[in-house]
Design a binder for this molecule. Structure first.
Ligand code: THU
Length: 121
């Protein structure tokens, strides 16, 4: 999944992050091979900003993809706690990101968020 992380790194420059100057990229790969790019988009009202993982997943959803349809995501860095809940919702088999030491981590959404919260049925 190194290729997906490298694609995320290549698009991170398109992030709109004038407040943090922290550029994040994410690329989602659907089971049919289609890919969706995402970057973080910030706002002067700080809490309204959105993470790169979410914008990538939103793009896939707009195109018609649903939980179970998305196989993998590559991210420039470790996903935040809120994004881990999104990754759980969509059931990613593979989540890959660049670690601070330069290596690439790959695991399931469940590896990143054990004891996950689910809406009671
Ligand atoms: N950010 C992401 O895009 N993804 C994460 O998983 C962590 C944080 C963004 C949000 C904000 O625009 C910037 O990084 C600094 O927190």
């Amino acid at each position: 999944m190194k290729d997906l992380v490298e694609k995320a790194e290549a698009i991170a420059a398109r992030a709109y992050a004038p407040y943090s100057n922290y550029l994040v990229g994410a690329v989602v790969r659907a089971r049919d091979g289609r890919e969706f790019e995402g970057v973080n988009v910030e706002n002067a009202a700080y809490p309204l900003g959105v993470c790169a993982e979410k914008t990538a997943i939103v793009g896939a959803v707009v195109a018609g993809y649903r939980p179970g349809d998305l196989a993998a995501i590559g991210i420039t860095a470790s996903p935040c706690g809120g994004c881990r809940q999104w990754l759980h919702e969509f059931g990613f088999d593979v989540v890959s990101f660049r670690e601070d030491d330069g290596s690439i981590f790959s695991g399931t959404a469940g590896d990143l968020l054990p004891h996950t919260w689910n809406l009671p049925e």
